[in-house]
Design a protein around this ligand. Structure first.
Ligand SMILES: [Zn+2]
Length: 253
């Protein structure tokens, strides 16, 4: 670490649990963030400010005026620009040492699988079940930690699927894929601006803890926030041995 890095990250290095070793692990890590919207904005900003080595920032959308109420990576001057590129500009202004790779794409198939394989962990900041399940399958395949967040109206959720662990449940264990599932997206439903900040920031916190190897993650626990009454609930869950994605039947052969 250079003198400038020691200074820049001194308030992390001062933390007994983190120290120079933990900060160095953060500097050496690569996070894949899928979605540069309400959740991806605070998640990416905190990972960049904390000095994570590389961020691959994926979003197929362009910045729209209605995004600016909560998607704090973007600015009014960048309406119409690809969100991935707008995000890259915001992160470069904050911490130019972070290697940000913007990708204007709706990740799927082999491209998604390869990207998940190349990252140390994945933050699911997407807004639809198809993408969530595709990310989960790739994370199970490569045994990469998945940090999942969701926010709609005043309701938030966050959990970690630490798939490097043998006993870790996957997203599909908790939310089995159903054909008739109704998509509820903030594109049409409304969402309380700071709620996305709270959930995305928690995703960043869990990501930094995982790469630094400190504390206890949310693996096996789902936190649910009712922001209207500011009440948290915690649901514990286990791996489903019959899960179609991570269960024995799925992985055999
Ligand atoms: Zn599973």
């Amino acid at each position: 670490m250079t003198d400038e890095q020691l200074l820049r990250y001194s308030r992390h290095i001062l933390l007994d649990a983190l120290g120079i070793e933990g900060q160095q692990r953060i500097l050496d890590s690569h996070a894949l963030i899928v979605g540069a919207g309400g959740l991806g904005s605070p998640a990416a900003l905190y990972l960049a400010s904390a000095g994570i080595g590389r961020i691959t920032l994926v979003d197929d959308d362009v910045v729209d005026l209605t995004n600016l109420q909560r998607q704090i990576l973007h600015t009014e001057a960048r309406v119409g620009m690809a969100k991935a590129e707008s995000g890259r500009l915001a992160l470069a202004a904050l911490n130019p040492a972070v290697d940000v790779v913007p990708l204007q794409s709706r990740l799927a198939g082999a491209e998604l699988d390869a990207l998940v394989g190349s990252a140390d962990l994945v933050l699911d900041c997407s807004d639809n079940f198809t993408t969530r399940h595709a990310i989960n399958r790739a994370c199970v395949h490569h045994r990469k930690p998945l940090i999942s967040g969701a926010a709609i109206r005043f309701d938030g959720q966050v959990s970690v699927y630490d798939l490097a662990r043998d006993d870790a449940p996957c997203y599909h264990c908790l939310f089995p894929e159903a054909e008739d599932v109704e998509e509820v997206r903030c594109a049409v439903m409304g969402v309380f601006a700071p709620l996305t900040g709270i959930v995305g920031t928690m995703q960043a916190a869990e990501a930094l803890k995982l790469v630094a190897g400190i504390g206890e993650s949310l693996n096996g626990r789902l936190l649910l926030l009712d922001a209207l009454n500011m009440e948290w609930r915690k649901v514990k869950f286990r791996r489903d041995p019959d899960c179609a994605v991570c269960g024995s039947a799925a992985t055999a052969g």
